[in-house]
Ligand binder design. Sequence first.
Ligand code: FAD
Length: 273
Amino acid sequence: MSDAPTDRRGGSEATSARDPSAVTAALAARQGVPALALSVTDVVERGAGMRQVTVADPRLAEAPWHPGQDLTISLPATGGRSVTRRYSIRRLDRDRATADLLASAHGSGPGARWVAAVRPGDRLEAIGPRGKIWATPDASWHLFVGDETYLAASFAMAESLPGGATATVVLEVGPDVGEEPCEAVAELRGPYRVVRNPVGAGEPGVELIDALERLDLPPGSGDGHAYLGGEAKLVAALRAWLIGHGWQAEAISAKAYWRSDKANQDHGEPERD
Ligand SMILES: Cc1cc2nc3c(=O)[nH]c(=O)nc-3n(C[C@H](O)[C@H](O)[C@H](O)COP(=O)(O)OP(=O)(O)OC[C@H]3O[C@@H](n4cnc5c(N)ncnc54)[C@H](O)[C@@H]3O)c2cc1C
């Protein structure tokens, strides 16, 4: 039996209303988010092992989404087991019921293998959008800092800010990661790109901290909020730098996305120290 097309708006991204598996449905119910049966509709090379992957599911037309949240995708891993890996939503197109992900293919884990091999027409099980960090309306200026795995989340959050807010974006990226436009309504400083040291070379975050020191940031957090994402030691170093410069802990939303010394756990989170 073939899937019935359910693209109610008649867009070109015809998607099908498959039901996610019972395993995915149970995982989604535990997290209190939608279960998704995704179709890959487009894959675009973005340089330095980064690919933009567009996925579709009719449920994305209405699923609650805060920019900054991700889709958590089930992927095959060694030994026949299944793991989940999280990829932030760069943009959600409600009319087409699609989400764009910017996924990095570094290393040789289940996520990297998927990113390297993904093709239009592939099917995936996922849950989301999910995640606890998004741009707070309580701040008037916002600082986004991280590595290229934070590109999708930080740009989506910056674009969600209202006019009158200020957003500064500083990201450490590989040398040939393609330019990504950030269409913020808020006053945008940057996005500043800092070319990454090879992983393991030098202290984590040194180049980013150097870039922050050269920016004319207001002293302390004041009515600002900082959002940090990327490699675990990088995020820890950035957070320590901010605290050392008078930032209140409550004004910092930090999230480790991956670890340079260890694979993420099967449920997608990096291990804590
Ligand atoms: C909430 C959340 C949102 C995320 N959003 C994004 C996103 O938008 N885009 C994105 O690309 N990633 C994102 N990530 C990170 C992504 O889920 C991890 O990088 C994930 O570990 C990759 O899985 P993997 O199976 O390839 O590698 P793993 O199995 O975790 O690790 C295998 C090996 O690869 C290395 N490795 C893993 N990731 C990288 C990397 N980026 N660079 C170099 N080496 C690496 C590890 O150090 C390890 O040695 C997010 C993570 C979280 C928790």
